[in-house]
Design a protein around this ligand. Sequence first.
Ligand code: HEC
Ligand code: HEC
Ligand code: HEC
Ligand code: HEC
Ligand code: HEC
Length: 448
Amino acid sequence: MKPEKLFLLLLFAGSCFSAEQDLPAGEEAFHSKQYSDFEKPETCQSCHTDIYQQWSQAMMSQAYTHHWDEIEYFDLAVAHAKVVPELKPVVDGCNGCHAPLAYLSGDVPPPRPAENSRANESVSCDLCHSIIGFKGDVPFNFNYISSPGRMKYGAKAGLKSPHHDTEYNEFFTKAEFCGTCHNEKNPYGIWVKSTQLEWKEGPYGQQGVVCQQCHVPKALGKNAKMAQEDVVAQHLFHGAHDPGKLAGAIEMRMHPEEREIEYDGTAVIKVQLFNGKAGHKIPTGSVEDRIMWLHLTAQDADGAEYHLPVDKKGFAGEAYTIAADELAYQDMGIAKGIENFPGVQRDGVPIGDRIFRMPYFDKQGRMTIQQWNTASLGTDYRIGPRETKIETFTWELPEDIALGKVTFTARLNYQRLVKPVADFLGVPEEESEIVPINTATTWIEVYD
Ligand code: HEC
Ligand code: HEC
Ligand code: HEC
Ligand code: HEC
Ligand code: HEC
């Protein structure tokens, strides 16, 4: 190659490189674009019919409009920032992930969902397919690099489309792509969302089983009306809003230490809980809102029912992992303008049940569901990917227990938002619905 050609090539390569580096990401990208830089999902729909319908049923298409998001954003976060102005940047930042087009266009707070603005497109087709990488070492706080235009980036090379150009970009095959929005650090420096980080340190991350394999699974089909049949990424993005995704996410078995017990004896029941299905901890993501709990009951030969509280293990902060009659979430009073707000029930599930969760605390040390107001995290008692936890229930048989068979039933339940908070804020019922994850049974024989 002639030296001048090599020079031109290097110059060209160099300018591509710096163009990517020059594009802003994260907070720097605020107001760096306009809504009109992005095409509407309905434009993509005309050719990408199946993918459009999948996306429109997923939370991605509702990240801004979904009722609970609207309530938390406007009634708690925006209202809180009015009382505490330093919070404005972080509250504006909610949109970097939930209404990215609005954030990139500098339109914050965006119009309410009912006003039907382009903020409603939420995490749209064109937003994701304009991402070319991320800035920094760790993906978090919407530090994706957005480069909208005629070029649509994806995970396949050499595709031809009449509407746009296409280019293979390795980033689409990486968990970091998802991590730009699924990891979040708040102004206190706390990781309030860390799904990709949990994944990375777990077995799936180490074995390179990326998020896409479980949430954008591939199947034979057509990715566009006029395309050839091929293996196509299904845009399901199914998570905690899909009861089928939650079902069986934790496998559960239990057994008694001894099968035959004298009527005045003590039964010891052990429950094994194995996270065999998720690539990260359960719960993950909006951990401040989510709980999973284990409820154990016994029924004797006469049909009498007993509720068994879990045994304490004695680790620091354990009190937050056993349902109790406590008040919490007092910091909602700031946004709501209620002085000396006493809070609402912390758990809303039967007292004595084991709760798998990680509590978030405000700077006064009170439990909070406001991630932007979180100054520290409590004990992480969630179930990690491929981790098994054992819970024990020691039960002194009641005096009047019937002789014969006693059957135990364990139920593992999930709730996206603790019910007392949902009720207080007027969040629609479905968000605090009890979703069954699994059940298990065992028995003992009581003899005289
Ligand atoms: C007029 C039809 C048409 C429209 C409108 C259209 N596309 Fe496409 N698109 C195609 C075709 C055809 C392909 C190639 C399919 C194949 O051969 O597998 C394609 C491929 C793609 C790919 C795959 C790129 C890759 O390299 O992996 C992406 C991503 C994509 N389109 C995104 C979009 C987005 C986002 C929109 C809306 C802003 C859109 N498309 C609108 C027809 C269209
Ligand atoms: C959250 C980001 C995200 C959103 C939103 C999104 N996509 Fe994708 N899309 C991806 C990723 C990631 C892949 C590649 C997945 C893989 O191959 O592992 C992909 C792949 C594709 C492909 C190629 C599929 C194939 O395997 O042949 C097309 C076409 C496409 N997307 C179009 C769309 C359209 C149209 C929409 C909106 C209706 C949309 N995408 C919304 C992230 C997204
Ligand atoms: C531009 C930001 C962004 C990117 C990139 C992104 N997500 Fe999301 N995702 C969100 C937001 C915001 C929500 C929450 C929607 C809601 O409930 O308000 C969400 C929701 C989800 C959910 C549903 C959770 C539930 O509660 O049901 C899944 C699953 C998910 N994302 C997986 C992925 C995967 C896998 C990728 C990478 C291929 C990805 N996301 C990339 C922003 C993003
Ligand atoms: C081995 C399969 C697997 C992998 C890999 C995986 N997930 Fe999941 N994911 C699941 C299952 C199963 C659930 C449902 C259980 C739950 O909600 O925790 C889930 C739930 C979720 C949720 C909903 C959590 C909630 O409480 O709302 C999000 C968000 C999510 N995953 C994102 C990701 C991201 C981002 C990655 C990659 C960093 C990833 N997942 C990797 C299987 C997987
Ligand atoms: C770095 C990206 C990011 C930022 C910034 C962010 N979120 Fe989210 N948010 C997400 C993702 C991703 C999910 C989905 C996680 C899951 O399903 O567990 C989510 C979930 C939620 C949920 C629960 C939705 C549900 O359906 O259960 C609410 C409410 C919410 N966010 C509100 C906010 C508010 C208010 C702010 C600003 C103070 C904010 N978010 C900032 C990414 C972000």
